[in-house]
Design a binder for this molecule. Structure first.
Ligand SMILES: Nc1nc2c(ncn2[C@@H]2O[C@H](COP(=O)(O)OP(=O)(O)O)[C@@H](O)[C@H]2O)c(=O)[nH]1
Ligand SMILES: [Mg+2]
Length: 255
């Protein structure tokens, strides 16, 4: 089973068309919307669609107020892990992540544990972004790549497909980032656990309607968090070896 987690804040004008496009893909997807009580009534729209059109395929996790992208995804991932989903996707609600790429994610998902939609490898790109956004996004990936020693070109993107084992292994309660560094942190944690990670090219298109929630605060959080992740690398690796040790001990005991 495949689940797409979509965090939303004021996405009423984008969401319905996006859902229709996902549901007309060849593969069968379930969708979980994590809505932070959007004032524009995104949550009410989802309830309506669940009732009238997509029962059993569309789900809603309601949170009381805007609490950030990272915690929205963590809540969505926990919801997914309580159920039987094998592949868990991240996707934005604003059409920047086009559903036409879902099939391409799945085409490699059986050989990799984490597939990243990448704007910065051949075949990928960004359209309709001003110079400042481009510099922030590309610079953010470069900064993280160099500081954390990650061999991937796009670390800030949020179009991803996780195999459930990755999310089961990462300690979700230990994830500290909430804004864009959330994407970097998750990939970094998966990398430190030696999961197989692959980038596939996507064309990222700027949202047609609604507003970006990107802010200076989120940008600074990312700069600081990457630095902090670099500092705690040894601790994160120690968590890994402890986990492996535990797995080995349990295996030996049950032999
Ligand atoms: N639930 C929830 N969703 C959020 C929050 N902030 C952003 N989002 C959603 O996360 C996705 C990406 O945000 P967006 O503002 O488009 O970021 P950008 O594409 O980098 O400008 C969109 O679907 C937003 O509606 C938040 O605090 N809570
Ligand atoms: Mg966006």
């Amino acid at each position: 089973m495949k689940l797409i987690v979509i965090p939303t804040y004021n996405e009423r004008r984008n969401l319905e068309a996006l859902l229709r496009l996902i549901y007309c893909q060849e593969q069968d997807f379930h969708i979980l919307i994590v809505d932070d009580n959007s004032p524009d009534g995104t949550g009410e729209l989802v309830c309506q669609l669940m009732r009238n059109e997509y029962p059993e395929r569309l789900f809603l996790l309601k949170r009381p107020a805007k609490m950030g992208l990272g915690t929205a995804y963590i809540a969505g991932f926990k919801w997914a892990l309580e159920r039987n989903y094998q592949y868990i996707f991240e996707m934005d609600a604003d059409f920047s992540h086009h559903p036409k790429y879902l099939a391409q994610f799945l085409a490699v998902a059986d050989q990799y544990d984490l597939v990243l939609g990448s704007r910065y490898i051949p075949g990928g790109g960004v359209s309709n972004w001003g110079v400042i956004r481009r510099v922030i996004s590309y610079g953010g990936s470069l900064y993280s790549r160099l500081l954390l020693g990650l061999p991937f070109k796009d670390l800030t993107g949020g179009y991803k497909c996780f195999r459930r084992e990755v999310l089961e292994t990462i300690n979700l309660d230990d994830v500290r980032s909430n804004g864009y560094s959330f994407q970097i942190e998750l990939t970094y944690r998966a990398f430190l656990q030696s999961f197989r990670i692959r980038e596939i090219p996507i064309l990222f298109e700027e949202r047609a309607t609604g507003q970006s929630k990107m802010s200076g605060k989120i940008f600074l959080e990312a700069v600081w968090m990457v630095f902090k992740l670099r500092m705690v690398k040894k601790r994160l690796q120690a968590v890994k070896s402890k986990k492996l040790q535990h797995i080995r001990t349990t295996a030996t005991l049950s032999d």
